[in-house]
Design a protein. Structure first.
Length: 185
């Protein structure tokens, strides 16, 4: 996964590459490579994001603006919209999702949630297409919603990939990481 905004976030937090590497328990070369645009593993991205107090998706796309100063887009977030569409997994808050993933006890449970997330994504895609037909005038809001849903899915997949890696489920890990790469395209 590419962390296009890592340098901006690191600098906005007043950290050197060495300090970030030390606090995240990753190699200094890893931080330098990530800032140079070389892809890192999801668990590495997660460690660095945790040190800076941001989501992995923030390191990928969003500019480094503290949440209290972030401009508010009109309308609801992708998470809120997903909740309205009865998308259980996409509708969870980040804290609920993290707790849920940590509660998965086996490779099979992680795989089942990955499959369920994939099915939910398909359903949300159809719902978003219907929204497009219902609100053709609202192009900017649809684009923002689409970005929100993509970032949300990337975050969900990163958490599942990390859980698979912890349980040494290498084949599942590779499959989830490939899905993350597909989302980024």
């Amino acid at each position: 996964m590419r962390l296009e905004r890592l340098r901006e976030w690191r600098e906005s937090r007043g950290l050197t590459q060495r300090e970030l590497a030390s606090e995240a328990d990753v190699g200094e070369v890893t931080v330098a490579r990530a800032e140079a645009g070389i892809s890192v593993r999801p668990n590495t991205a997660h460690k660095m994001a945790n040190v800076m107090g941001v989501a992995v998706a923030d390191l990928m796309e969003r500019p480094p603006v503290p949440l209290g100063e972030a401009p508010q887009e009109p309308g609801q977030s992708g998470q809120e919209w997903a909740r309205e569409q009865d998308a259980r997994l996409h509708g969870m808050t980040d804290a609920e999702w993290t707790a849920h993933v940590r509660s998965l006890g086996s490779e099979k449970e992680i795989e089942e949630e990955y499959r369920a997330l994939t099915e939910e994504t398909k359903m949300l895609h159809v719902a978003h297409a219907a929204y497009k037909w219902q609100h053709p005038e609202d192009k900017d809001r649809r684009a923002a919603l689409s970005r929100d849903l993509r970032d949300l899915r990337t975050y969900r997949l990163a958490e599942l990939a990390a859980a698979a890696k912890v349980r040494k489920a290498d084949a599942l890990f590779r499959e989830v990481v490939q899905a993350m790469d597909d989302v980024a395209v």
